[in-house]
Design a binder for this molecule. Structure first.
Ligand code: AMP
Ligand code: MN
Ligand code: MN
Ligand code: MN
Length: 282
């Protein structure tokens, strides 16, 4: 395996095991078809798809790195930490993720209750219908239900008008701690990566504190080229990676052929002056 920055690595996407709509096998086919050379499936708070993804990739002759995207609460915000190259059978991370998933069912019921107050009935059952894994009911499943019901024209619209702070259907939730998430990833032999740093509603000072603390506890990389960043942000977070001495990651954050506007393996390459996180995996 090569480790250069122009490798077509896609180290962030979701399957039906969390809030994607394709199976691990369908994702492997799609990634391979789009020229991906190194792939990771990173379902939210779940390792249930790892074995299938690894086998599917191997049958296609595509290199695979195990992955996960952990939901974390930090300074009152939700942030996402990707773990790459973990042992997906390690007891510590499996137990930690199980606990992280546990609150989702109750949260979903409270979300549905709120939605019913603005005249949207049956949202819990409706969202559950879209969830391939009933342990992992997410806002994405509610968003698909609201689109199906004609409440919004697409999921983008949902996340502007529902399910987010100060809008109907938003229920604050306490996820894993940053320290625990990084400890689980490291305990399972993996590399911890801050997912889509450009997406958080944190001040520059809070982001600085996040990078420093993350580094202190053994975090090693940030996503620079991601489907959640604009081209301007590729530059910004490339500089951040250099400034703090982080390795750089690349991943589409693909969820669904219709909803995701960036397909697997189609993002720009990592800039050459950055050190790719995949130098760790060969
Ligand atoms: P949850 O973990 O249940 O809070 O759901 C979070 C998921 O909702 C993310 O992983 C995305 O897939 C989706 N999501 C959150 N915000 C947005 C947004 N602004 N646009 C589209 N999808 C979003
Ligand atoms: Mn998602
Ligand atoms: Mn995310
Ligand atoms: Mn994601």
């Amino acid at each position: 395996m090569t480790s250069h920055s122009s490798l077509n690595a896609d180290l962030h996407c979701h399957s039906v095991v969390s809030d994607g709509t394709l199976t691990p096998e369908q994702l492997a086919e799609r990634a391979h078809g789009n020229g991906v050379q190194l792939w990771a499936l990173t379902d939210h708070d779940e390792l249930g798809g790892q074995e299938r993804a690894r086998i599917a990739a191997s049958l296609l002759g595509m290199d695979y790195v195990s992955g996960v995207e952990i939901s974390v609460s930090w300074m009152g915000q939700t942030i996402h930490i990707v773990g790459l190259g973990i042992d997906a059978t390690h007891a510590g991370i499996l137990e930690g993720l199980r606990r992280t998933r546990d609150g989702r069912g109750n949260r979903a019921k409270m979300m549905a209750e709120q939605l019913s107050k603005v005249g949207i009935a049956g949202a819990y059952e409706g969202a559950l219908h879209f969830a391939g894994n009933h342990d992992l009911i997410s806002r994405t499943h509610f968003a698909r239900f609201l689109v199906e019901q004609g409440v919004c024209r697409d999921t983008d619209h949902v996340f502007k008008n529902y399910l987010v702070e100060d809008k109907p259907g938003y229920v604050p939730h306490l996820w894993a701690s940053l320290d625990d998430a990084v400890a689980w990833i490291k305990g399972a032999g993996g590399a911890a990566v801050i997912a889509h740093p450009g997406r958080y509603k944190l001040s520059a000072m809070q982001m600085d504190e996040l990078y420093k603390h993350f580094k202190d506890i053994g975090g090693i990389a940030i996503e620079v080229i991601t489907g959640s960043h604009s081209p301007n942000q590729y530059q910004t977070y490339g500089k951040i990676a250099q400034h703090y001495g982080f390795l750089a990651s690349r991943g589409s954050d693909f969820h669904d052929p219709e909803e995701s506007y960036i397909d697997l393996g189609t993002l720009p390459h990592l800039p050459e002056h950055l050190t790719p996180v995949w130098t760790l995996f060969h």
